[in-house]
Design a protein around this ligand. Structure first.
Ligand code: HEM
Length: 228
């Protein structure tokens, strides 16, 4: 008999996580947190179109006004990313274990192009985020980086065509990832009904398109000389 007493609620939570549904709930909840960040980040970044570099500088200062809050948000985001990846790996393993002998011919029955891209778009987006932090947060990948001058850094960064193309490609993948991810999230969290399925699918596609195009508009505008 084990000498360690485990809180029954904790044990129940662990047993729930062990199920496929439990892992999908983790994917959906952490995905929702990351989606919230991506939307808020995009809306903040779109202020660059207002044209005054001081607007983004003030915004960056405001975000840092309460360090404890900033770090709580950063730690929450980091934990969400790690749990999202962890649950994805576990779900992939469960899928492989459930079908030890692979089909001779792969057939995409009932899966969309976006759903089949999830397992490779996810790691590429994670790699993009690391490059992005080196580019605009730490400045290690941007010669001439200025601390707390996001407008100038973004213009400097996107004057490089290869860097802009990396961003545009990553945003196309992010759009595909969100398209399927949002729709999966609605299903896992129970926000789905046969009557509303087409509308919810259109909604997920529209948000994913808005996020991809909104982000892409920034490097494109810099390269076109519309943002200086
Ligand atoms: C063209 C699109 C984007 C632009 C122009 C952009 C711009 C920036 C800038 C200027 C910063 C530094 C802000 C500061 O120091 O105050 C930043 C930070 C960051 N960005 Fe982006 N970003 C873009 C897309 C994305 C996307 C798609 C993601 C996630 C998938 C992302 C994730 C982050 C993260 C995690 C940080 C660090 C936030 C922190 O300081 O804790 N960004 N971005």
């Amino acid at each position: 008999m084990s000498a360690v007493a485990v809180d029954p609620r904790l044990a129940r939570a662990f047993r729930f996580y062990e199920t496929t549904v439990g892992k999908k709930v983790i994917m959906a909840a952490t995905g929702l947190i990351l989606f919230g960040f991506v939307i808020a980040h995009l809306l903040g970044n779109l202020q660059i179109f207002l044209g005054d570099p001081q607007i983004l500088a003030d915004y960056a200062h405001k975000l840092r006004a309460i360090p404890a809050l900033l770090w709580a948000a950063r730690i929450t985001l980091l934990l969400a990313v790690l749990l999202h990846i962890w649950a994805a790996v576990q779900l992939a393993r469960l899928k492989i274990d459930a079908r030890p002998v692979s089909y001779r011919k792969r057939r995409a029955v009932g899966s969309t192009y976006a759903s089949r891209t999830m397992y490779w778009s996810g790691p590429i987006i994670a790699a993009f985020v690391i490059y992005h932090l080196m580019h605009f947060t730490w400045g290690t990948a941007l010669p001439g980086f200025q601390e707390l001058r996001p407008h100038e850094n973004v213009v400097l960064g996107f004057r490089s065509v290869p860097a802009s193309l990396v961003y545009i490609a990553a945003m196309v993948l992010l759009g595909l990832h969100l398209h399927h991810g949002l729709w999966s999230m609605f299903q896992t969290l129970g926000v789905s009904h046969p009557r509303y399925t087409p509308a919810l699918k259109r909604f997920a596609a529209a948000i994913a398109l808005f996020i991809a195009l909104g982000n892409i508009s920034i490097p494109v505008a810099v390269m076109a000389g519309l943002i200086r």
